[in-house]
Design a protein around this ligand. Structure first.
Ligand code: ZN
Length: 389
């Protein structure tokens, strides 16, 4: 279980209790790499009497069962999270293991502790199970596969217990700090700093190992260290972001809807009349007096300049039915998530179908900067009084 990262290039292979099981392309690389190194090196050393066919079969089976092991580790997190009422849209397997994408707030240190600790325990359970199979089939050739899986699951559990947030161990650590200081942001800050320290330790150990012994094993630690450092930093940034934007709605940050332009205009007209010398970058388009879609400066620049004269706004715009929108009451965090998911920089704000404004990523970030400058931020309330304590 690791922090958020860009896992959009993943495909879904199935669903378990509504949770999409996804594989990121980088995992395929690992799958082949594991099968290849087991067949070509590890098993080839241990079983010199095996044919290439046998070696590759054992390598592929091991890699597949490793895949299942990582999946079971993630499923254990997922099931406990579901038990606590969180929603888990997807589990994604990628180059460094797996991520359970959880939505919903960690409500208590206890909840976080159990969701995190169950993963390494599941891996160790698997290590024990494969260890038992290894003992049971000791005299058979297949025992090397069980031996490998016992070892790798043990290491998986142990590595994840490192107290580097957002590794499982780091989450366990954060839950303990959280229970003591009663402040999730502070606990996250402390856990992230420890995570970054652990990351540097891995990078250092990896570098020393590469220098002293050569080989790629050390490089792997450097890569994992860099990944962990990145994840620690962004996990903390995420908590700060959530804290700063808590209670702020799309309606609080939106700007008035920009002027609309006729669909029949050419891009040249749009550029000359509206874009040049003006700060606006987003325009609604209209046809027969009704809003028909959205066109941005990005859409404009996608068309080669020499074709602006002959291309209409209609040809380059995004029609209404493809434009994602939000309601004014939606939290800015949710709106930001939507923008990220659909890879857009703005969302029209509709109140019961009526266009009331435009929410842009830039406006949200500016608001955020303002909050950081002001320090302690209290979201403005349009109605219903202030929540100041
Ligand atoms: Zn985990």
């Amino acid at each position: 279980m690791l922090g958020r990262m860009d896992l959009r290039n993943a495909f879904t292979i199935g669903r378990i209790r509504g949770v999409a099981i996804q594989v990121h392309w980088s995992w395929l690389l690992v799958f082949v790499l594991i099968a290849w190194s087991l067949a070509g090196v590890v098993y080839a050393d241990e079983k010199p009497e095996w044919s290439d066919n046998q070696l590759w079969t054992a390598g592929l089976i091991s890699s597949l069962l490793f895949f299942v092991s990582v999946l079971l580790h993630e499923l254990s997190h997922t099931f406990v999270a579901l038990h606590y009422g969180m929603s888990v849209p997807a589990i994604t397997l990628f180059v460094f293991g797996g991520v359970s994408q959880m939505a919903g707030e960690m409500r208590s240190p206890r909840q976080e502790f159990f969701i995190a600790v169950v993963g390494p325990l599941a891996s160790w359970g698997l290590a024990i199970a494969f260890g038992a199979l290894w003992v049971a089939f000791r005299s058979e050739g297949i025992s090397v596969v069980f031996g490998y899986l016992a070892a790798v699951n043990f290491l998986l559990g142990a590595f994840n217990l490192l107290p580097g947030f957002p590794l499982d161990g780091g989450r366990v650590f954060r839950s303990i700090v959280w229970a003591r200081v009663h402040d999730l942001t502070r606990a996250t800050r402390i856990a992230s700093l420890v995570g970054i320290a652990i990351a540097w330790l891995l990078i250092g150990l990896g570098a020393v190992s590469v220098l002293a012994f050569g080989g790629l094993g050390g490089l792997w630690y450097v890569l994992i260290g860099l990944f962990l450092k990145n994840a620690s930093e962004s996990a903390y940034a995420q908590v700060l972001l959530e804290r700063a934007l808590k209670g702020v709605t799309a309606g609080d940050v939106m700007r008035p809807p920009p002027a609309s332009v006729p669909e029949t205009w050419s891009l040249q007209e749009l550029a000359e009349e509206r874009v040049l010398g003006q700060a606006e970058r987003v325009f609604f388009t209209e046809s027969l007096g009704r809003i028909s879609g959205l066109i941005t400066v990005t859409d404009l620049t996608r068309v080669p300049r020499e074709r602006w004269g002959e291309t209409t706004v209609r040809a380059a715009m995004v029609p209404s039915e493809q434009v994602h929108t939000v309601e004014p009451g939606v939290s800015v965090l949710e709106a930001m998530r939507l923008m990220q998911e659909h890879d857009v920089n703005q969302l029209p704000v509709l109140d019961e179908g009526r266009l009331v404004g435009l929410l842009t990523r830039g406006d949200v970030l500016q608001r955020l900067e303002l909050n950081t400058l002001v320090g302690n931020f209290e979201p403005p309330r349009a109605a219903g009084g202030s929540s100041r304590k």
